[in-house]
Design a protein around this ligand. Structure first.
Ligand SMILES: Cc1ncc(COP(=O)(O)O)c(C=O)c1O
Length: 378
């Protein structure tokens, strides 16, 4: 049997290892010059004026909502078909998540699904670029009242493009990325917010360091930086580090290589899974979709249920998985979110399956997965 194939495995070369060694030797491992350099390189790559790195995408979304002034009594709309972080960003602030449906083909929110649940108390909409497919943010902006902010959960979408060709990140909203282990740009943990608004960037820079002034990280080495700032509000400890930034700078330079690897595996899946009772998530024209996740949906009439297919793949050492169990059906949100019925989400979630894809998943791996699925469903 083949060795276990995880659903998403990063690729770290000697270059990342050397970069970490260089930072370790410098003696400065917390947030510092390497982080600033990475933020500048990310901003240039995305075509945005400001990128603020953070400890995770979760904290990036929390601090974006906080910086936008969201708090108790406010409603924040988000899809139910997402990772818990999206809704929790609102919950941490005492706001109420309001779940909306997704489009069954794109698995992203669309203006109609969002507008159905918008109320006068809605202060923000969180958009998830599902699996790396850019959601229709411009159309949503046009449909929403100007007082409602959009925060983009782009955890899957570093390397994706909006329909107009701009990089996801360059919409003018607060766009939050994840650099978690399996993401398209991986530094183990970490995240970032891309924004156009200077004041918003500055606020998030302060929030990530307890609410201290933006340059407080220099206080151990620069005589002119205030040692004991007089705190005026409660921030977080949610900064990035130079050790992570050293990895990130190399991973950023290798994006074209990673993208080729992902696209090649995706093409094997697309070609090899035809004529089976499987639908594929709509794949936008390359390179609009980062191919962070390769999502299939089991059609009615298949010999097996989704869970049986998942179990059979795992028995063959293929780490297929599920993105996601819908949040609106989870006990945590029963008492904290507005009650809803989301037929598309429930239908999709019962049939959805994620196949392995990532910087270390080869074309041969993808052929193994196709062969296994054909044997199981054949
Ligand atoms: C859609 C989505 N949003 C947010 C996150 C959270 O990212 P992080 O682990 O960097 O906080 C994830 C993580 O997998 C995710 O899939």
């Amino acid at each position: 049997m083949r060795p276990y194939l995880p659903f998403g495995k990063p690729d770290f070369s000697e270059r990342e290892i050397e970069a970490v060694a260089r930072v370790l030797r410098s003696g400065w491992v917390g947030m510092g010059p390497e982080t600033l350099a990475f933020e500048g390189e990310l901003a240039a790559a995305l075509g945005v004026p400001h990128v603020v790195t953070t400890s995770s995408c979760t904290s990036a979304m929390l601090m974006s909502l906080k910086a936008l002034g969201i708090g108790p009594g406010d409603e924040v709309v988000c899809p139910s078909l997402t990772w818990c972080s999206t809704a929790n960003a609102a919950l941490y602030l005492g706001a109420t998540p309001v779940f909306c449906d997704v489009d069954a083909e794109t698995l992203c929110v669309h203006p109609a699904s969002v507008m159905r649940v918008v109320t006068p108390r809605t202060r923000a909409v969180m958009v998830v670029h599902f699996g790396g497919l850019a959601a229709p943010v411009a159309e949503l902006r046009a449909a929403l009242p100007p007082s409602v902010a959009i925060v983009e959960d782009a955890a899957h979408a570093f390397g994706s493009r909006y329909a107009d060709g701009r990089a996801v990140g360059a919409s003018g909203n607060a766009v939050c990325f994840s650099f978690y282990a399996n993401k398209t740009l991986s530094t183990g943990e970490g995240g970032a917010v891309a924004v156009f608004d200077e004041a918003l960037a500055s606020e998030i820079r302060s929030l990530r360091q307890h609410g201290l002034p933006e340059d407080a990280w220099k206080r151990f080495t620069h005589p002119n930086v205030v040692m004991n700032a007089n705190l005026t509000r409660l921030g977080y400890k949610a900064n990035y580090t130079d050790l992570q930034a050293a990895i990130g700078r190399v991973q950023l330079a290798r994006q074209a290589e990673f993208s080729r690897t992902r696209l090649a595996a995706a093409e094997v899946y697309r070609a090899g899974l035809q004529s089976l009772p499987l639908a594929l998530q709509k794949l936008a024209t390359d390179p609009a979709h980062s191919r962070h996740l390769f999502i299939v949906l089991l059609r009615e009439g298949a010999r097996l249920s989704r869970d049986e297919l998942l179990a059979a793949l795992r028995q063959r050492n293929i780490g297929a998985t599920i993105h996601y169990e819908p949040l609106h059906l989870m006990p945590l949100y029963a008492g904290t979110a507005a009650p809803v019925s989301l037929p598309q989400t429930e239908q999709v979630a019962a049939n959805i399956l994620t196949l392995p894809i990532g910087a270390s998943v080869t074309v041969d791996d993808a052929h193994d997965v196709v062969a296994a699925i054909r044997e199981i469903l054949g």
